[in-house]
Design a protein around this ligand. Structure first.
Ligand code: ATP
Length: 581
């Protein structure tokens, strides 16, 4: 784990672009503090000179100066606040954008191992913690720090011996902070992890509310969440105990400062080695020291929390992305062939693909079939670079796919996968996600190609309406049609359709597939399907079982073979078999 100083050093990289504005802010803050700290010194002059020497002019002259410093302070304060808000908003914007841009470029393997809740917690809650620290704690920490330096300087100027006496308190304060804060940091880290887990739990449960209702598991769910909240409360309470203990001792130690000042200072005034004006001014400064020190102690604890948030954010940023870093190459020319040579792949310890050897030639249409869990979608993920072969190679025109730039590669193919992604937006906008520069008319056109609605009126009424979260206002078949429409908007050399029409009625499916396979829009197509009726569109079928190719060939050859393929489709086969034989 990174040390706190390295974490802050890394964070200061985000502050660097605004260094000029920060320098100006610091100047405003120093000037504002100087103006705020001047009053007790003027008070000393009033007591020791204007009053003792009975100089009315001097009295009112100094009072006017004090008034001017008040005005100066207010103006500087407003300017500093504005500047601070400007800087912190920009820094946060940079941090959030950098995080988002990084996360969306992380390899798929990263997302398979992480819980969604943990990711959202880091990208939202932890960034908000940094936001709170930036908009409050950090500025106060710096401001209080400047005040303390100013106060110490003025106290030394006034009476250095008295200042040295109150300094005895500070090593004790330092020891208290050192003793308590590592424990606070550990507890904070645990709280954050638990909060992420709870967020993940809530996200999962609310997004599957339908199943809670169907299985009537309200009480079970309530108990599950209650147990998690109880553990969080226990952890939070132990954190509060340590924090309040640390604060209590610090506050007690700081409260000793005015007592020592009055005791020693009063003695020195009685002994005639110090003026009353100096004692009053010093006492005011010593009292003023109490608040910023107390604030700094609390803010320090808050900044420890922030450093935990930052370390969780940086942990994400440290995960290597899968995109261009100058080491990847771009594929020259069109895709001529994709060869999978002895490819194997495992999820954790479980081997999912075994010694897969096949060459997809450009211009041909293929299907991959096999029983559930046989490894078909894993092959798609390997072709998308979402999975990386454990052994063997995937070669595109002889180039290792792993060496080809991810962004460049993804421009060459369109993948219509099993899990579609629909946003709470209009149908047109959802379809346009496939090709962001497509016009509304193009999007509307493909919605008709995939027969999204039954009649003309429905297109008119619904195409611009919101579809709800994850397309909740659409039927299962309509969602799949929209997803296919989105793919149809693109024009790429290779199209992969992974079980994308299981909920679409056979008649519509046939029309849509005819268009896809016969329009010539996609040169090479790989179709994954459990429906025999869709296989008539392809020229070659690969039959997989337990991660291996067990048969491949044309549909009629495979049917005649009476092997794996035949058994797999036996129940759907007889009417179709008549057509192909
Ligand atoms: N993220 C994962 N972690 C662990 N195992 C996984 C993961 N994803 C898939 N698997 C396993 O890999 C195997 C192959 O899954 P895959 O999705 O490729 O099968 P499939 O042939 O596409 O199945 P289906 O026809 O049901 O879609 C399955 O046994 C599955 O349990």
């Amino acid at each position: 784990m990174e040390t706190r100083s390295t974490i802050w050093k890394r964070f200061f990289v985000f502050l660097r672009p605004y260094i000029r504005y920060e320098a100006l802010l610091l100047l405003l803050m120093v000037l504002g503090n100087m103006a705020a700290l001047a009053s007790p010194y003027f008070l000393k002059i009033i007591i020791d000179h204007a009053l003792v020497e009975k100089k009315t002019d001097m009295l009112f002259g100094i009072l006017s100066v004090i008034l001017a410093t008040y005005v100066f302070r207010v103006v500087l304060g407003m300017a500093a606040e504005y500047m601070y808000s400007w800087i912190s908003n920009r820094v946060l914007n940079d941090l959030s954008l950098r995080l988002f841009n990084h996360v969306i470029r992380l390899p798929m393997s990263f997302f398979k191992e992480r819980s969604l809740g943990d990711l959202i917690h880091r990208m939202n809650n932890e960034v908000n913690n940094v936001r709170n620290a930036l908009t409050g704690a950090l500025i106060n920490f710096i401001n209080n720090g400047i005040t303390i330096i100013g106060l110490i300087t003025l106290m030394c100027i006034l009476e250095v011996k008295l200042f040295l006496a109150i300094c005895l308190i500070y090593p004790l304060l330092f020891l208290t902070i050192r003793r308590f804060h590592p424990r606070i940091k550990t507890i904070t880290g645990k709280v954050r992890k638990m909060e992420s887990a709870i967020l993940g739990h809530l996200t999962e449960r609310v997004s599957h509310i339908r199943f809670i209702k169907l299985f009537n598991t309200y009480l079970f769910e309530e108990k599950l969440l209650k147990d998690r909240f109880m553990s969080l409360i226990k952890l939070n309470m132990s954190g509060t105990l340590v924090l309040s203990g640390s604060k209590g001792i610090s506050i007690f130690l700081l409260a000793m400062v005015p007592l020592i000042t009055l005791g020693l200072g009063g003695y020195r005034v009685i002994a005639g080695v110090m003026t009353i004006g100096t004692l009053i001014a010093f006492l005011q400064y010593a009292n003023k020291l109490y608040d910023p020190f107390q604030n700094i102690v609390s803010l320090y604890a808050e900044l420890i929390n922030t450093s935990v948030s930052l370390s969780r954010i940086f942990e994400l940023l440290d995960h290597p992305v899968q995109f261009s870093d100058g080491n990847y190459i771009e594929l020259e020319g069109e895709i001529a062939r994709i060869e999978l040579n002895g490819v194997s792949f495992a999820h954790q310890d479980k081997t999912v693909i075994r010694d897969f050897n096949f060459t997809f030639e450009a211009g041909r249409h293929y299907a991959i079939v096999g029983s559930s869990g046989g490894g078909k979608s894993t092959i798609v993920d390997l072709l998308c670079k979402f999975n990386i072969p454990a052994t063997g190679q995937i070669l595109v025109n002889g180039q290792d796919l792993q060496d080809i730039d991810m962004e460049h590669w993804m421009q060459r193919l369109t993948v219509n996968s099993q899990g579609y992604f629909l946003f709470n937006d209009t149908i047109v906008e959802n379809i346009r996600y496939g090709k962001q520069d497509a016009t509304e008319a193009e999007a509307a056109h493909v919605s008709r190609l995939v027969r999204l609605f039954n009649d003309h009126q429905e297109y008119k009424d619904r195409i611009d309406t919101m579809i709800g979260d994850s397309g909740v206002k659409l039927s299962g078949g309509q969602k799949q049609k929209m997803s296919l429409g989105r793919s149809l908007l693109r024009k790429t050399e290779l199209l992969i359709i992974d079980e994308a029409s299981s909920e679409i009625d056979s008649k519509s499916e046939d029309i849509i597939y005819k268009h896809i396979f016969e329009s010539g829009k996609f040169h090479t197509i790989i179709l994954i399907s459990h429906r025999l009726s869709t296989l008539k569109h392809v020229q070659e079928i690969i039959c997989m079982d337990a991660g291996e190719i067990v048969e491949h060939g044309t549909m009629s050859a495979l049917i005649n073979k009476r092997g794996h393929f035949y058994r797999l489709f036996e129940s759907q086969l007889h009417p179709a078999a008549q057509q192909v034989m």
